[in-house]
Design a protein around this ligand. Structure first.
Ligand code: HEM
Length: 134
């Protein structure tokens, strides 16, 4: 039947969105990551002078983006990653620090190692758009 043509019978596995615990788990992991960043002096320059609303808006948009690209039912309405980070001069070492804190946030929420790798890979696909400085 024609309508079944897009189904891939070789990978019946659930999307990482489901395996990680769905929307609430993603929201909790991102909340943890933003809290870790706020407490870390390596990210002090990014929080300085930004209102609570601006920070919470970026946090919610990050949840929406990851929900969307992990196979969840969300629709991302924010700006693309290059536009929203251009001019911030994010360095490779700041990127590495972000990944380090993301791994801590994933561990705190007891995400299994395989799903943690897949979650990090969702971030890594935007590295070239976000990092500006070597
Ligand atoms: C070193 C790592 C990162 C830093 C320092 C950083 C910093 C920032 C800052 C300061 C903003 C606010 C920009 C503005 O409105 O003026 C922002 C926005 C945003 N970031 Fe990041 N970011 C990082 C990595 C990431 C990653 C890995 C993701 C997800 C893949 C992400 C997703 C977003 C989203 C969705 C927004 C909001 C876009 C919009 O306003 O439309 N960021 N980020």
């Amino acid at each position: 039947m024609m309508y079944l043509m897009n189904v891939d019978y070789h990978t019946s596995e659930a999307p990482v969105y489901d395996r990680i615990g769905g929307y609430d788990a993603i929201a909790a992991i991102i909340d943890e990551l933003f809290a870790l960043m706020r407490a870390d002096s390596r990210f002090a320059r990014f929080g300085a002078g930004r209102s609570l609303d601006s920070r919470q808006r970026a946090q919610q948009l990050t949840v929406d983006l990851i929900c969307s690209v992990s196979g969840g039912p969300c629709y991302y309405i924010g700006r693309d990653m290059r536009t929203s980070h251009a001019g911030l001069q994010i360095t490779v070492s700041e990127w590495d620090a972000c990944i380090e804190l993301t791994q801590i946030a994933l561990a705190k929420h007891s995400i299994g190692s395989r799903e943690a790798v897949e979650f990090i890979a969702l971030f890594e696909r935007y590295k070239d758009e976000i990092v500006e400085t070597t």
